[in-house]
Design a protein around this ligand. Structure first.
Ligand SMILES: NC(=O)c1ccc[n+]([C@@H]2O[C@H](COP(=O)([O-])OP(=O)(O)OC[C@H]3O[C@@H](n4cnc5c(N)ncnc54)[C@H](OP(=O)(O)O)[C@@H]3O)[C@@H](O)[C@H]2O)c1
Length: 336
């Protein structure tokens, strides 16, 4: 291992943040028992907020950005891992309070590290990444709360994004009818969303309007929401009795203005999804699922870009503007 290596680090000075590619040493990284030679990371909405400084994501400065990674263990002081093991990490505060995945090496607590399950390559692990794990967590919570295809179609918002793309593929291959509610209807996104398994693509602008009625015509069996705000409020008013809404993101707004009526008159459930500090047994079980029975059939399609570390800052602006379609994998080192 070279004495220094490449990292995308976020600095803060006078309350302003700036990200730059630089060379750092292992001792510069936050503490942990496992040193990983990073093969891939990925770009998520949260990474874009952290790297551009548009969201207060990072809680220690300087910080290597990147909320997920896959790679090979270089050295380990934890009995559970040995040099040469192939591993992945999502959440667990990496890229926020611990140095993250957008560097050639990461040093992390063993608790955060997941053995790469058989059935997934290092690239596939980051084609899924935090977004895929989060979509799987939403699916698990909805199934546990009795979501069935018979309840009706699943509405997915922010569907061309990472979480939305994986959710469409996951739910459709388990027999759910999926409707994609996109801001990009009428573009190349339509073909993309249908290829992932969406039965219909609807224009988000024609739906989800602020409404005065506490309940509207019930049309969705359930929903996976990445937007929050008026869209989530509208979903609460339009989900059928006993349906579930997985509340994941805030790409539109962190606000939620609704009434209790959907919950007490239709038995609708709003399920919180928190992928960062998800209990470790769930984390391990969900990655096994994603590598096996739930492995998305259209992984290559839903992750159309594999870019270099140098491309990351440019891509972040496009992510914040909601322009990209599908996931972005970042190649950092070799797969070997
Ligand atoms: N709770 C958790 O544990 C967890 C985990 C991962 C992500 N998240 C959150 O979930 C959300 C999605 O994450 P992601 O990584 O999938 O993001 P992403 O890849 O950037 O996708 C977000 C999608 O939302 C839509 N969108 C973007 N900006 C918007 C705006 N201003 N108004 C309305 N729609 C907009 C776009 O889809 P269309 O153009 O197709 O509508 C975009 O592709 C983010 O808020 C993220 O922070 C939460």
């Amino acid at each position: 291992m070279a004495s220094t290596f490449k990292a995308l680090r976020v600095h803060q000075a006078d309350k302003a943040t700036s990200a730059r590619l630089e060379r750092i040493a292992l001792e510069d990284l936050s503490a942990g028992e496992v040193v990983i030679r990073v093969a891939y990371s990925s770009l998520n909405y949260k990474d874009a907020l952290a790297i551009t400084g548009k969201g207060r994501i990072i809680r220690k400065f300087p910080c290597v950005a990147g909320i997920d990674l896959s790679g090979v263990v270089e050295e380990s002081r934890a009995a559970a891992f040995q040099a040469g093991d192939r591993v992945l990490v999502t959440g667990c505060n990496i890229g926020e309070a611990l140095d993250g995945g957008l560097a050639e090496y990461a040093r992390l607590p063993a608790d955060a590290v997941v053995p790469l399950p058989p059935g997934l390559s290092l690239w596939e692990a980051m084609a899924l990444g935090t977004a895929g794990f989060t979509a799987a967590l939403a699916l698990r919570r909805m199934l546990e709360n009795h979501q069935t295809p018979e309840l009706g179609p699943i509405a997915v918002t922010g569907p061309t994004g990472g979480v939305g793309s994986v959710a469409i593929n996951l739910f459709s291959q388990l027999g759910f009818t999926v409707a994609a509610l996109s801001g990009k209807k009428g573009t190349e996104a339509d073909d993309y969303l249908r290829a992932l398994g969406a039965a219909e693509v609807l224009d988000r602008a024609s739906l989800g309007a602020p409404g005065s009625k506490p309940l509207e015509s019930a049309r969705w069996g359930g929903a996976v929401d990445n937007l929050g705000g008026d869209t989530l409020a509208w979903l609460t008013r339009t989900v059928r009795p006993w349906g579930n809404i997985a509340c994941i993101g805030l790409a539109q707004s962190a606000e939620l203005h609704t009434t209790v009526m959907p919950f007490i008159l239709r038995g609708v459930s709003l399920l919180g999804i928190h992928s960062v500090e998800c209990p470790r047994p769930w984390r391990l079980a969900l990655w096994e699922k994603l590598a096996g029975a739930w492995k998305p059939s259209r992984l290559a399609r839903l992750a159309p870009r594999t870019l270099a570390l140098e491309d990351v800052p440019r891509l972040c602006e496009e992510i914040i503007a909601g322009k990209l379609i599908g996931r972005t994998v970042v190649r950092i080192g070799s797969d070997a």
